[in-house]
Design a protein around this ligand. Sequence first.
Ligand code: GLT
Ligand code: MN
Ligand code: MN
Length: 389
Amino acid sequence: MATDSYAPLPEHKFTFGLWTVGNPGADPFGLPTRQRLSPVEIVHLLGEVGAYGVNFHDNDLVPIDATPAERDQIVADFKQALADTGLVVPMATTNLFTDPAFKDGAFTSNDPAVRAYALQKTMQSMDLGAELGAKVYVFWGGREGTESDATKNPLDGLKWFREALNFLCEYSIDQGYGYQFALEAKPNEPRGDIFLPTTGAMLGFIETLDHADMVGVNPEVAHEQMAGLNFTHAVAQAWDAGKLFHIDLNDQNPGRYDQDFRFASYLIKSNFFLVKFLEDVGYDGSRHFDAHAFRTEDLEGVKDFARGCMRSYLILKEKAQQFNEDAEIQALLAELTEASQPTPALGSYAADTAATLKAHSFDRAALGARGLGYEKLDQLLFELLMGVR
Ligand code: GLT
Ligand code: MN
Ligand code: MN
């Protein structure tokens, strides 16, 4: 029997959050449509579909009001499920958005008591993540923002967020956790406007931190699409800066609410370029699916969803390889970067290079008149993706 070349393997590092396959199908207008699964059941489900790892928020695993004894039992059961399935925990994060205490933000709440509580909760959650082996720690500031700018000075928001991250970097160092922090941007939802709304904004902010080397980004497909941006370009900028510590894969009809669809189920072409980018550069972090099944699904549908995320990634990976090996496409690409007319050799700045360049005469009309053949190239890509090439 031929082996399935789209079957997930540990080396693919496919991970899911407890909150993803565990999503019971509730939305702001409707009740859950599926039974809630326990963390142990979710780990077994992920093992069954072939995932490599599982990530969690503190309260996905341990309820916010659990006693210390309950916590210990839950963690012991979870560890047993990991041992039974071979799943690992590469990433952990804090829920700083569900509890009403965080209605005006966590690290950026106007109330110093809320900000201090958010720090306390995050340290406890970092302890939990470290105990289970997590090396990446995600910060998604879903409540860090405003509905009305009458209520909060954005400079205060930035200052408080910076202070929190500086504090928590020190905590990680102090405890010897070795965490890489990964900041996840989103433009809005659930706040009217969330601070630092894009991956690019996060990258700028990171350079203002005391331990900028410890902090990178966790870009999410849907979030950048919600802002109308090109996700692959955002990921490329993060990679270029050495800051792509994690990635949230899902899909989205741009401009709509945060849909968290099955990976590559909507924007096939842009997700092709994303997978091609990650594979071409050799990204070796988790491929984390931060998505959930349609509300119409039962447990089998949730498994179809999870299997579909991984399978689609591997199909796009195969397409990326096909693109890289396609002689006609590669010949067109090779031509693109050749100078179309005699051009002085550049390099880094030197006075004589600048003088030579200033004296050179370009055929400007020819530069503008030249057809670039991008229509042909893009059509070849389409045909490759549609399987007719
Ligand atoms: C929440 C959000 C995600 C974040 C998760 C991490 S929680 O589901 O929509 O984008 O990555 O906090
Ligand atoms: Mn996410
Ligand atoms: Mn999302």
